[in-house]
Design a protein around this ligand. Structure first.
Ligand code: ADP
Ligand code: MG
Length: 252
């Protein structure tokens, strides 16, 4: 199986001297192309920092990250930004959409930076994605005129515009009620079925149980890992029980 990301012995700290805080303590992780992964762990255990390190959003102090076969440490800042824009998608707990821009304009904004692309094609692609995630018809709405779940769907469309190899979601369902959260997970599942790798940070066993591999983090280390059958069927209750038991076992 081809690896999309290989992280080897990643070390990362913040601060200096007495204030120094080691946040990633020698993490090694490999992500296959098309894999569906969840990361769980207590607040402050380093989940977001790990995602930033794996995506080259933030540098590391030790170890290496390879993305799509390339060592991220040799990239210049603008090359990293290009790589993120073309190969990765990001979805956060609160979608970082701009006020005073319509939903459609927010979705196409990052793509407009690539002037080799045709505006009509970009618009059509955005509309197709909006339809796919269930927000067709909201193109002209302001971001204050839609629900949290709709906003998150718009954020997902924006992340998908470049046909990324991987989508990183940092607690993407954290601000949603459980129905909306499961709806968003249906969308991530569809995206993953079509071949895009998805890596999600979540505190929710019901969310993590829908992925195929769960990394459990504590104090900057991956302390445990769980594999599940890819794509759940009628076994959802069993999967959730398994994840909950694991969380209890390792005291998260
Ligand atoms: P998690 O996502 O698991 O809640 P984070 O990766 O956000 O944890 O943070 C891990 C630790 O690193 C926390 O103690 C946090 O305060 C600290 N931290 C994260 N980012 C920074 C930063 N830019 N500067 C200083 N400390 C940071
Ligand atoms: Mg976090």
């Amino acid at each position: 199986m081809k690896k999309i990301i290989i992280g080897e012995n990643i070390v990362k700290s913040f601060g200096e001297g007495n204030e120094k805080l080691q946040v990633l303590d020698g993490i090694s992780v490999e992500i296959n192309e098309g894999e569906f992964i969840a990361v769980m762990g207590p607040s402050g255990s380093g989940k977001s920092t790990l995602m930033f390190a794996l995506s080259g959003m933030d540098g590391v102090d030790g170890g290496k990250v390879h993305f799509d076969g390339k060592d991220l440490s040799v990239f210049k800042e603008n090359e990293l930004a290009d790589l993120r824009r073309t190969k990765m998608g990001f979805v956060f707990q609160q979608p970082t959409l701009l006020k005073n821009l319509s939903i459609l304009d927010n979705i196409i904004l990052p793509s407009m930076r690539d002037n080799r692309k045709n505006v009509t094609v970009i618009n059509e692609k955005a509309k197709t994605l909006m339809k796919k995630v269930g927000i067709a018809g909201l193109e002209r709405r302001d971001i204050t005129q839609v629900s949290g779940g709709q906003l998150q769907r718009a954020g997902i469309c924006r992340a998908l515009m470049s046909n990324p190899k991987i989508i990183f979601g940092d607690e993407p369902t954290g601000a949603l009620n459980s129905k909306s959260a499961q709806d968003i997970m249906d969308i991530f599942t569809d995206i993953n079925r079509e071949g895009t790798a998805v890596m999600l940070v979540t505190h929710d066993a019901k969310i993590a149980a829908r992925t195929e591999r769960i990394l459990f983090m504590c104090d900057g280390k991956i302390v445990s890992e769980m594999r599940l059958q890819k794509f759940h069927g009628t076994d959802m209750d069993d999967r959730i029980k398994k994840v909950t038991a694991k969380l209890q076992e390792i005291g998260i």
